[in-house]
Write a protein of this length. Structure first.
Length: 78
């Protein structure tokens, strides 16, 4: 991490401008913002459990549609 100090006789606005430009050039701020919203991938066991659960729900809905408990949608709304 680079260290920033005010130069002798430098006003705060010019120091802040110099700091911001150095921060933008180093791209540390961009990296930090990207890491803030980084979603870790689920491990394989969680993926399998989620896939099995969604498959069961789909099969149940298909069965209910076949026996007439659920009306079949002609147009899917995405």
């Amino acid at each position: 991490m680079s260290e920033f100090k005010r130069k002798k006789g430098e006003n705060f606005e010019s120091f802040l401008r110099r700091f911001n430009t150095a921060l933008i050039r180093s791209q540390k701020l961009k990296i930090a913002r990207d890491k803030k919203y980084l979603n870790k991938k689920d491990n394989k066991s969680k993926q399998k459990k989620r896939a099995i659960a969604s498959k069961k729900i789909k099969e149940k809905n298909e069965y209910l549609k076949k026996i007439g408990k659920i009306k079949e949608d002609l147009k899917k709304k995405w």
